[in-house]
Design a protein around this ligand. Structure first.
Ligand code: UD2
Ligand code: MN
Length: 373
């Protein structure tokens, strides 16, 4: 297919095909051969609850800037992410798609895609990691609402409207879809459970968990949002002024990891809320290993990022973090002075408040109940 400014999809993909006999998992930690075989416009099953199609949304939803950061993404998954957005979203809602190329080996992976209408490309001149890359994208975004996506997603039918609706009604809501699974082996699109929310343990390890039974029973309308203590991190919609007001991201976090906790605690404790909107579905290729290198090593980077989170947001409860992750004790994490200052200025609530009101299911390690310190 040839777009307005002459984007040659076939040539874009063909230039990066696997060599015969090459391990299809080596470069991206998913089966690139299977991804390359699929059309950038392939159809996927509408995995929403059957009540979702009859929900109606405001006729004047705000447009959004979609921000996708990537480091050495496969061309076939990157292109399918972009095209699924253009194919499955009313044009009036997409202000632009901002690709932030986090110093990938080949600048053309990003640059060639700017021949597709609405697609812009920013390239970092050194590896920054996903956190600073997203901030760079957010800073140039021209729409009032930001939408973040990973670079190996496929958005599903009417994915954006339910999220924009929630943010339009209340700009302090930060909203995620249900994240469906795209198989890393055969790229089958699989529906995820609609009864999950984001959770974590004291070591700040993210996990999907069942929504508490009382909430599950009280949920009579399957189209209504699910409150979530944390978001997975990659796919969410947030009002741009609210994102800026809250302090964007902690720009001293590197590469990958931890920023989802930091943002989630900040949103809840500083007057906002986090939710999963079940009528929005976005597929994502979940992987078992990182396909890219961490300049400071994977473990140290995760410690640095989660330690910064604990030091700024967890108050006296940070001791539980150190007990659960003793390797973090004594490790360098830079200065958090300006982040603590911002927290004070915004008059954010305590971590104790967060545990009592948002995540009472996270119990203290010794006493088996929250708020017992
Ligand atoms: C999950 C999130 C991810 C992020 C991460 C914690 C989802 C679906 N994914 O990990 O968005 O919140 O948890 O940090 O919720 N990237 C860069 N530069 C880098 C490293 C990664 O731009 O140095 C890009 C990467 O190409 C991808 C995105 O950041 O588009 C997220 O990385 P991932 O897919 O490896 O993370 P994932 O899905 O395991
Ligand atoms: Mn991902």
């Amino acid at each position: 297919e040839l777009w307005g400014r002459g984007f040659d999809e076939k040539a874009y993909l063909a230039a990066k095909q696997l060599k015969a006999g090459e391990d299809p998992y080596r470069q991206h930690a998913f089966n690139q051969l299977e991804s390359d075989k699929l059309s950038p416009d392939r159809a996927i099953r509408d995995t929403r609850h059957y009540s979702c199609p009859s929900v109606s949304y405001s006729a004047d939803l705000p447009a959004t800037s979609v921000i996708i950061t990537f480091h050495n993404e496969a061309r076939s998954t990157l292109l399918r992410t972009v095209k699924s957005v253009l194919n499955r979203t009313p044009a009036s809602l997409i202000q632009e798609i901002i690709l932030v190329d986090d110093f990938s080996s080949d600048p053309e992976d990003c640059l060639l895609l700017t021949r597709i209408p609405k697609v812009k490309c920013l390239r970092n001149d050194r590896r920054e990691g996903l956190i600073r890359s997203r901030v760079r994208g957010a800073d140039v975004a021209t729409a009032a609402v930001l939408t973040f996506l990973d670079s190996h997603c496929e958005v599903n039918t009417e994915w954006l409207q339910p999220m924009l609706q929630r943010v339009k009604e209340d700009h302090t809501r930060v909203v995620s879809p249900i994240i469906d699974v795209i198989s890393l082996d055969n790229f089958a699109y699989l529906a995820a459970s609609a009864d999950l929310r984001g959770g974590f343990d004291w070591s700040l390890h993210f996990k999907w968990e069942q929504i508490p039974l009382e909430q599950k029973i009280a949920r009579t309308d399957p189209t209504k949002p699910i409150r979530t203590p944390v978001i997975a991190g990659g796919i969410f919609v947030i009002d741009k002024s609210w994102f800026n007001h809250l302090g964007k991201y902690d720009a001293q976090m590197d590469i990958w990891g931890g920023e989802n906790f930091e943002l989630s605690f900040r949103v809840w404790m500083c007057g906002g809320s986090l939710e999963i909107v079940p009528c929005s579905r976005v597929g994502h290729v979940f992987r078992k290993r990182h396909p890219y290198n961490f300049p400071e090593g994977n473990a140290l980077t995760y410690i640095r990022n989660t330690k910064r989170t604990a030091e700024v947001w967890m108050d006296e409860y940070k001791q539980y973090y150190y007990e659960a992750r003793p390797s973090a004790i004594g490790k360098a994490f830079g200065s958090v002075a300006t982040r603590i200052e911002q927290r004070k200025k915004m008059n954010c609530k305590s971590f104790r408040w967060y545990l009592d009101n948002v995540y009472p299911e996270l119990t203290s390690p010794q006493l088996g109940q929250s708020g017992s310190l």
